[in-house]
Structure formats: structure tokens, C-alpha cells
Design a binder for this molecule. Structure first.
Ligand SMILES: [Zn+2]
Length: 283
């Protein structure tokens, strides 16, 4: 499942191929994604319009055209986007294709169809976009996502710290993989109540969260060519995780067997020794 770094890498990879290109036509498979795709509306609103921006917000790609329309794309569990030669054969799960004025095509592929392609039409895009993202917390790299902010949100919360940092209302874009990795490197047990972290621990957690995400983006950057080309199978890069998916293996830090437990419905991996459960006992 693509997380923030994957979406950021896709965004950075697509941007130079999309900026100032004009959309000639939009084609759809007719299959419903997580929400229905109105192909006629996409054509009406986007055909002959120039792409003026592509950014990421949380795990969404946000594409803007010169008429003021906004496309919001979520990759769901298996979604991917790539630039292809317009003449090349489409793949089975290519659900939305945007033909561009240089005979290339932006294609949204999604096997399991949990992704979404939402259009905010030019007449009210700004308002709709604001409303759409209003419940999502600050970006982890933003100044708004400070230790003070996180402590204030965590005050009196008995919720496990892992579920807390995965709550998109609190902070945008932290999925299961990076929550596990962040807590391991921060030496914080995933079941600690969110309110029990000291400011020192929050500072460490925030620093490590940013570092972990940045590192993943940097690693993914080197794979950009894999998905922005005609042959692209399209792909998420495989990071070398230290804790995620490592149940039963030896902790890379102390050698103890890594534990696995479901917390908040999500698979959680941790080292009992490096991530002590006792409040304040982590280094
Ligand atoms: Zn350990």
C-alpha cells in the first residue's frame, strides 16, 4: 500500500512530465473505483486545459489545470500512475487515461480499485478542496506539526501511540509501515498511551518520523525512472525496513526476537527490549 513517501516520489516523478502540458482527452474504463468516475465530466472540465500544478497533500495527489479545476487522486491499496507513449497498449487495470499534447498519456492503474479519482470543477474547486482536506492534520514536515501541537493533541488520550500517529486527523500520511519504523527508531513501545510521552520523547519521535520519511523519499527518488516510462511496470520501491514485517527475526539492535501484535486493527512489530513499555524508561 503506498504511503506518504511513495506518493511523494510519484508526485516528484510525474511533475516534470505534466507541467504545462495540455490535456487533449480523458478515457475511462467505466469501472467504478472507490467512488464513481464521471468520465464525461472529466472530459468536459479537463479537455484542452493546461496542467499548471501537481502537489501532494497527505496521501493524495492534487493536480490543477489553468481553468481552475482540481483533480484529487488517491492510490488506494494498489493504485499507480505512470507516463506512457500514447500508442502503447494499455494494461488491464488502467482505469483513467489522460492523453497529453505531446502524444504521451498519464495512466491510472489500479488492480483492486480502492483508489479514487475525484474532480472539483472550476466553479467551486477552491471551496471543495478546502472542505475535502479540512479534517486532515498538518503535514509531518510542516511547522504546524510541532512537538507542542502533538502534545496538545495527545493530552488525555489513552489511545496507543501507534494508532495516534496513524490518525490522519492528527498528522497527515503516516501509515502502518512508517508508524512501526518510527516507533522502533524512537525506542517507544507502540502501546504506550499517547498522553504518556514526555516532551523529550515527542521531540525524538518527530525528528525520527521526519528522518524516516525523508530517507524513504530519497531512496524512492532513485527509482523514478522505473515508473515514469513506457515499459514501467510501475512500482513502489522496497525499503529496507528494520522492524516492519520482521516478526520472529532478531532485532538488529539487541538481537531479541521481534514481537508482533495487532494494535488498533493493524499489524505491529516491535522489540520488547529496545521499546520498553514502561513509561519514561526508553532512552
Ligand atoms: Zn531490540
Amino acid at each position: 500500500m503506498p504511503e506518504l513517501p511513495e506518493v511523494e516520489v510519484i508526485c516528484q516523478g510525474l511533475l516534470p512530465h505534466l507541467m504545462h502540458r495540455t490535456i487533449i482527452d480523458v478515457r475511462c474504463s467505466g469501472k467504478q473505483l472507490r467512488t464513481p468516475v464521471d468520465c464525461e465530466e472529466l472530459q468536459r472540465e479537463l479537455n484542452e486545459k493546461q496542467i499548471v500544478n501537481l502537489t501532494r497533500r497527505a496521501k493524495y495527489l492534487v493536480l490543477k489545470t489553468d481553468n481552475g479545476a482540481t483533480l484529487v487522486i488517491h492510490l488506494g491499496m494498489t493504485g499507480n500512475m505512470g507516463i506512457f507513449d500514447a500508442e502503447s497498449a494499455t494494461k488491464k487495470h488502467d482505469h483513467v487515461c489522460w492523453l497529453l499534447d505531446n502524444n504521451t498519456e498519464l495512466r491510472f492503474n489500479d488492480t483492486r480499485r480502492f483508489g479514487a479519482v475525484r474532480l472539483f470543477t472550476a466553479n467551486n474547486a477552491a471551496k471543495e478542496e478546502k472542505k475535502f482536506f479540512s479534517a486532515i492534520g498538518p503535514e509531518p514536515f510542516s511547522r504546524a506539526c510541532s512537538v507542542a501541537y502533538l502534545m496538545q493533541r495527545a493530552a488525555h488520550r489513552k489511545q496507543a501511540i501507534k494508532s495516534f500517529i496513524m490518525d490522519s486527523h492528527v498528522v497527515a500520511g503516516i501509515g502502518n509501515i512508517y508508524a512501526n519504523e518510527t516507533l522502533f527508531h524512537s525506542r517507544i513501545h507502540p502501546e504506550r498511551p499517547a498522553s504518556s510521552l514526555s516532551s523529550k520523547e515527542w521531540k525524538r519521535l518527530l525528528t525520527i518520523m521526519r528522518k524516516t520519511l525523508k530517507h524513504a523519499i530519497k531512496c524512492g527518488g532513485s527509482t523514478i525512472n522505473d515508473f515514469v516510462n513506457a515499459s514501467g511496470e510501475g512500482g513502489y520501491f522496497q525499503m529496507n525496513f528494520r522492524i516492519y514485517g520482521k516478526a520472529g527475526e532478531a532485532c538488529s539492535c539487541c538481537g531479541l526476537v521481534i514481537s508482533k501484535k495487532t494494535i488498533g486493527g493493524r499489524a505491529s512489530f516491535f522489540c520488547e527490549k529496545c521499546q520498553p513499555k514502561l513509561e519514561g524508561s526508553s532512552r
